[in-house]
Ligand binder design. Structure first.
Ligand SMILES: [Zn+2]
Length: 256
């Protein structure tokens, strides 16, 4: 499929949503923010220029007050772990929340991180956890998050009805624009659009939860020019055709 055909296929799918009387919705999460950089400024400028809400997943350890020098209503802060350090034993998949850590200790660490973000960003920081590597290896931790003050959880992949996230709104991301296994650059227009198309189709056909907004995951620190150009085009096209609503994180995570 050519690049043009990829955009056409996305538009066709969005037209199917409209014809079915459905509202296609997207949201945007960007991970690994701690301090202001040129890439972060570019990200914030892109969100402003395109008027697309941005949920910035900020790592509490190392988060600096001038991260968001100018506040904008469309930008919210989510909690990206605590330190973003891998605490999993050797040989296991990376996680900051391994099964080996007693869950109350993990909750305590999380709450300290939460306080850091709250003191830096006030109400802009939502009680929503984005675990580093999108992974919580400790199954016993999930049921404790709501009691620990969290309202939402965001990982990667379509949520399942049976996900053990009681009391939490879970809205994941579904499109990763970075090719982590390859050159850690842009995954390519087709590959990015294919991921979005698959999730939209699965939602429309009832194979996954129709209500879960399709999430675009970006990592500003590693964006190459092709990644920035793609996001530019995505926002421009979705604004021009009016077939998509870009949701704000505070609305997405308002209730479980
Ligand atoms: Zn991360």
């Amino acid at each position: 499929m050519s690049t043009a055909a990829g955009w056409l296929a996305l538009r066709d799918e969005l037209l199917r949503w409209r014809d079915a009387g459905l509202v296609a919705d997207f949201w945007w999460r960007d991970d690994d923010a701690t301090h202001p950089t040129a890439a972060l400024q570019q990200l914030l400028a892109l969100s402003a220029a395109a008027d697309v809400p941005l949920a910035l997943a900020v790592i509490p350890a190392g988060a600096q007050p001038d991260l968001l020098a100018t506040r904008a209503a469309r930008v919210t802060v989510l909690q990206h772990g605590v330190s973003h350090r891998n605490l999993a034993p050797p040989g296991q998949k990376k996680s900051e929340f391994p099964a080996e850590e007693p869950p109350p200790e993990a909750v305590g660490r999380l709450q300290q991180g939460r306080q850091t973000l709250q003191s830096l960003f006030g109400a802009v920081a939502l009680p929503v956890l984005v675990p580093p590597w999108n992974r919580i290896a400790s199954a016993a931790l999930l049921p404790l998050l709501a009691g620990g003050g969290y309202r939402g959880l965001s990982r990667f992949g379509a949520r399942r009805a049976g996900d053990p996230a009681s009391g939490l709104a879970q809205v994941n991301t579904h499109v990763d624009v970075i090719d982590w296994r390859g050159a850690r650059g842009f995954v390519g227009v087709q590959a990015a659009l294919d991921q979005a198309l698959r999730h939209l189709q699965a939602r429309r056909l009832g194979e996954v939860d129709l209500q879960e907004s399709t999430g675009w995951l970006t990592h500003h620190a590693v964006h190459d020019p092709a990644t920035w150009a793609f996001l530019d085009e995505l926002f421009e096209r979705t604004r021009a055709d009016g077939l998509v609503v870009w949701r704000r994180a505070d609305a997405l995570f308002a209730s479980p």
